[in-house]
Design a protein around this ligand. Structure first.
Ligand SMILES: [Zn+2]
Length: 508
């Protein structure tokens, strides 16, 4: 009898648990003056049909990976939750409703957490960036962002639906339609009013210097610990590059994060190699994921390694950007990061743009195309020569490694060193030199290989042609000679002194 009751009960549940429901989400963001932000999500569950209810079951919501101090509650109190990985930038918080949710109940979840590096704060400027999405099940959706008191907005990427001031804070309200994703960017300043001086004063950032084995960086103190942990990983990366290239790090790297300027917003690349071991990183880069920050650092470090052979007057080209990307990916994979998404992005772009004439890569340089960029239409996918140039550069280096192995970099630089080649600032000579060095390093005629990648080269018939006008190294040889002469003089002096000493001793 009990069994039958139970079966009837189960049957009723199946009938009654009709999941016709509506979700109402409202997200309230409070940007704090200390460079953190708090997000509160009020998630209301409404059962639409009188006889329906939600049994106790799992709910999930994506939140940014760096979310901290997470709290989940429902209308009855705190809820236990677990975290599941969802994507590169988001985690899913998973929790259960503590009671059934009926038609009549005014049921809600409250989810709260803190983001430590959003906005990025470099006194007196703040930069906030966050992507929000409205899911198809969100019947209603509202988003409001409160700025700290006394903020002055400098830039807004998306115009809000409403903007008003409440308790001396600017409030921005946004509306998203179903399935819409919006990236909100807000740049603002806070300057404090000094009653004594009668003027607004810009606070100064508290900058500190942090050091690792290979790097030193100057940045606001609030990011120091976080960045130090990243530099430790970058150190492992430098050791990896040393092994791949077969020569020690040519510099102790100096990282400059100099505060927001126009570059932070106008320029496409996250970092720049400035020469002499100096790496400039955009301030907004601090807001990226650990993997992205490391990637930028390693990419620029590889430019620095390359600069041992390719001076600054040598234009940026496929080898430069190809190695910077390829080796960074390799290092990150060695540090257990998953690079599948990044690689897929490159190969998908190459696939959709496979009909574009590849010979542009011969004289490609990102700086030129960043300035004079035009869109290209690849098989209905919009792209540009900057992205396509990077993708092709990666592809070339990736293929060279596939054919000739991971030690190709070491062989390449050993050959360049041995023949004392001075790479030319003329692009066509440079490509012929690359052909010459690669051919020598691999004992393989590289002309057709490079031509297949779109690089215009001449076959190396007479090596003198490539070496004679560009052979330098005399200053280096002279320096070597002086060192040898000096060493010889020291040894000779020692030997003579020893002989004199022995003669004196035996006479006694
Ligand atoms: Zn680069």
């Amino acid at each position: 009898m009990k069994k039958i009751n139970f079966l009837i009960f189960l049957f009723l549940i199946v009938i009654l648990a009709n999941f016709s429901s509506a979700h109402q989400k409202s997200i309230q963001v409070k940007i704090n003056e200390d460079g953190t932000s708090t997000e509160k999500i009020l998630w209301k569950i409404e059962v639409k049909e009188f006889f329906s209810f939600f049994p106790v079951g799992s709910w999930r919501i994506p939140i940014p990976k760096e979310a901290d101090e997470i709290k989940v509650s429902d209308k009855y109190g705190n809820l236990a939750f677990s975290i599941a990985e969802s994507s590169e930038k988001y985690n899913l918080i998973v929790f259960k409703n503590s009671k059934r949710i009926y038609y009549t109940s005014d049921y809600f979840f409250n989810i709260e957490y803190k983001l430590k590096r959003n906005p990025i704060f470099y006194e007196p400027k703040f930069f906030y960036k966050r992507t929000f999405s409205r899911s198809p099940t969100d019947d209603s959706f509202s988003l409001s962002i409160a700025l700290p008191e006394n903020s002055q907005i400098r830039y807004l990427k998306e115009n809000p639906l409403n903007q008003y001031i409440k308790d001396s804070s600017i409030i921005l309200e946004y509306n998203l339609s179903i399935n819409e994703t919006k990236t909100i960017e807000i740049e603002f300043n806070i300057t404090g009013f000094s009653p004594d001086l009668g003027i607004f004063l810009s606070p100064e950032p508290n900058l500190v210097e942090i050091n690792s084995n290979y790097y030193e960086a100057v940045l606001p103190e609030r990011y120091a610990n976080y960045y130090a942990s990243i530099l430790k990983k970058a150190d492992v990366g430098v050791e990896f590059i040393e092994r791949s290239y077969g020569f020690p790090s040519p510099y102790r790297w100096k990282i400059e994060i100099i505060g927001f300027d126009d570059l932070d917003f106008e320029v496409h690349t996250e970092g720049f190699y400035l020469g002499d071991g100096r790496i400039r990183i955009k301030t907004t880069n601090l807001q990226k994921t650990e993997k992205e920050i490391l990637y930028t650092l390693l990419h620029e470090t590889i430019h620095g390694f390359n600069s041992k052979f390719f001076s600054e007057s040598v234009p940026n080209f496929w080898w430069e950007e190809g190695t910077a990307q390829y080796i960074s990916f390799l290092v990150l994979e060695n540090l257990s990061y998953n690079m599948t998404e990044e690689k897929n992005e490159i190969f998908n772009l190459l696939e959709s743009c496979k009909n574009i004439d590849k010979t542009f890569i011969s004289t490609w340089s990102p700086n030129y195309y960043i300035r004079n960029n035009g869109e290209i239409n690849c098989n209905n996918t919009k792209s540009d020569f900057v992205s396509l140039g990077y993708a092709n550069s990666y592809f070339i280096v990736d293929n060279i490694v596939k054919y000739f192995g991971n030690d190709i970099f070491k062989k390449f630089y050993q050959t360049a060193e041995k023949i004392q080649i001075n790479f030319s600032s003329d692009r066509s000579i440079l490509n012929n030199q690359m052909n010459y060095v690669l051919s020598n390093a691999t004992k393989h005629e590289f002309t057709s290989t490079l031509e297949a990648f779109g690089i215009e080269v001449k076959q190396v018939t007479n090596q003198e042609e490539y070496l004679t006008p560009i052979l330098t190294g005399l200053p280096i040889l002279e320096e070597d000679k002086t060192n040898k002469i000096l060493a010889f003089i020291i040894v000779l002096t020692l030997v003579v002194s020893l002989i004199i000493f022995l003669i004196i001793k035996t006479r006694k």
